[in-house]
Design a protein around this ligand. Sequence first.
Ligand code: AMP
Length: 472
Amino acid sequence: MSFADLGLSPKLLEAIAAAGYENPTPIQKEAIPPALERRDVLGIAQTGTGKTASFTLPMIERLSKGRAKARMPRSLVLAPTRELAAQVAENFEKYGVNHKLSMALLIGGVSFGDQDAKLTRGVDVLIATPGRLLDHFERGRLLLTGIEVMVVDEADRMLDMGFIPDIEKIFKLTPMTRQTLFFSATMPPEIQRITDQFLHQPTRVEVSKPATTADTITQNIVRIPSKDDKLKRNVLRELLRRDDVKNGIIFCNRKSTVDIVAKSLQKHGFDARPIHGDLAQAFRTETLDKFRNDELQFLVASDVAARGLDIPAVSHVFNFDVPIHSDDYVHRIGRTGRAGRKGATFMLVTPADGKHLDSILKTIGAKEIEELDFSKFFEENPVAERRPRGGKAEKSGKSEKDGKGRRPSRRGRKSDQDEAKNADASQADQPAEASAHDDGDKGQKSSNSNNQRGSSRRRGGESRPSRRREEA
Ligand code: AMP
């Protein structure tokens, strides 16, 4: 089946051809025809499946007729993060090149005044994070009664971030006659409830998780004998130096860990930058652009910042921390091995991670994971005097082992303190974007945290945040 068979207009087909796409992906094949018929669609799909085009293409088709009125956008796309919202906007630009649609992006970190001026002129497409949209609404700068099509993208992520009450509120501000296109990678009960309430006889389209069975991905774990972040950073550096590592994303569970790991890698001469929700928007955009353009080798990321990012051709994914939710593992490793390319993933596992590892193994099937032997690993990868490939020489040139395979005592480890010094201390006790990731690097301060397994440190591990945490 080709794009032409889906009922799209010649103008759109031209734009698709210019984007270089030959055939629709499964979600596009199934979602575009009902969306063009103005039916509601419930798409169960994650990033990498082509889901963004499956809603932008029919939206452009529908919006090609008619005009926008001041302060009354004709369509609305809600995305959980600024990056995802910006990516949706890029999709509209790419596929809408032959249409004159006006668009506004309402995300945090962008001047309120500029956004407001656009709304005043009238927009066909409004792309927003929920918090920022409601800010505009509550200031009386926006009316949602002209919404013809509403999209909710990555709904399960919105749930993780505590946005569901906002989403319900926004649904209620739009007309009942709207068309709704709703996407989620998973369907937990809260999401099911929302779709039951606000979608009208939707066409349900489900595509399989791309990463779980991708045989182009080789998955590895390295067991670390104690929950010592310094040791983990040491192992991480060895992994990053492997010959086949072209580029990679390093995932951490907490924003504070992201900062520490990125600083540590930079200090050791690696070309790495952090990305998480507390960093300035301009920095995040610049970092992503550099990474996409191959000007940056390593991105150290939190889940929320990275979720949904369209970054082609990542050779490796590193899990510095074992994710609390197995879904996050699937998302993380899904950043590599795309479109038939080979990819490899490495996850550092400490004794405290047992429960979360078990749930990941259950989700993906234990057979798929290779285990690297930690002790052999260091024998085969001597730490001393190594340089990152293509990076600057290490400043200290010192081994973190004392030459006899022992690590120095914590008191003597000044560099560790240096590495952490510049990390934002105020973040140290904050959860990463999802509060469920509340199992972070506090153990770093304990040199013997093995015995903390299963203790109260996992408090709230599976709970949802009640407060809205505005990523945007
Ligand atoms: P998404 O799941 O929307 O984030 O899309 C994942 C990636 O697939 C993006 O890089 C898209 O540009 C790309 N893509 C979307 N549709 C197609 C298609 N029909 N053929 C090839 N690539 C596509």
